[in-house]
Design a binder for this molecule. Sequence first.
Ligand code: IMP
Ligand code: MG
Length: 198
Amino acid sequence: MPQSKKPRPQASKAPRESVKILITGGRIQRRIQEIAKQIRKDFPDEPLHLVSVLKGGVFFLTDLARSISGEVSFDFIAVSSYGQNTHSSGQVRLTRDLDSSVEGKTVIVVEDILDTGMTLQYLLRLFEQRKPKHLRVAVLLDKPERRIADVRADYVGFSIPNEFVVGYGLDYAERYRNLRYVGILTLGSDTKKVVAEK
Ligand code: IMP
Ligand code: MG
C-alpha cells in the first residue's frame, strides 16, 4: 500500500527580519576616537563624569570612556517612555537614578541616539536642577528629521536618515544590541520598515 505522503512543513509565516549595515564597527570606533579627543580638547584639565542612559548607551559609553585621556568617571541612569503603543508617547519617566551626585562635576550625557529629543530634554532638565559645573551631550547617532523637542547634542557620531536602526546598543524588542555595527532593520519580505519602536 502506498504510504500517504506527509504534508511538508509549511514555511514559517513569521516575517523575516533583516539588518543592512549602515555604519561598520570600524567606522564607529574611528569616530569615537575623534569624539574622545575633541571632548578632552574642550575640557583639557577637568575630571569628566560620563552619564550613560541604559541600556542603549552602554557600548558607546564604555568605548568612549576608554578613549578619553585623563580622569574619567561614569554612572548610569535609566528612563522609559509612557504609553503602550509602539510610538513614543513623548512622556519620559525615570526608572533608575544615578548612584552619585553630579553637583559641581563636568557631566557628559552619553546617549545612543537622538530621535524626537524627548528623552534628552527630560534628562537635561533633570541634570540642570542638580547644578553640574558643565553639562554636555554626546550621541552616537542623530536623526534630525524626527526632532520634536528643541535639543541638540554637542558631540554627534553620525547623522543618519529617518530609518529604524539596531546594533551597537540599539535594540528591536531587546535584540540586536550586541552587533558591532549599526544597521537598518527591515521586517519581512515586503521590506516594511520599522518605525521608531521604543
Ligand atoms: P527620543 O526620546 O525620541 O529622542 O528617543 C530616544 C530613544 O529612543 C533612544 O535612546 C532609543 O532607545 C530609542 N530609539 C530611537 N530611535 C531608535 C532606532 O532607530 N532604533 C532603536 N531605538 C531607537
Ligand atoms: Mg536609549
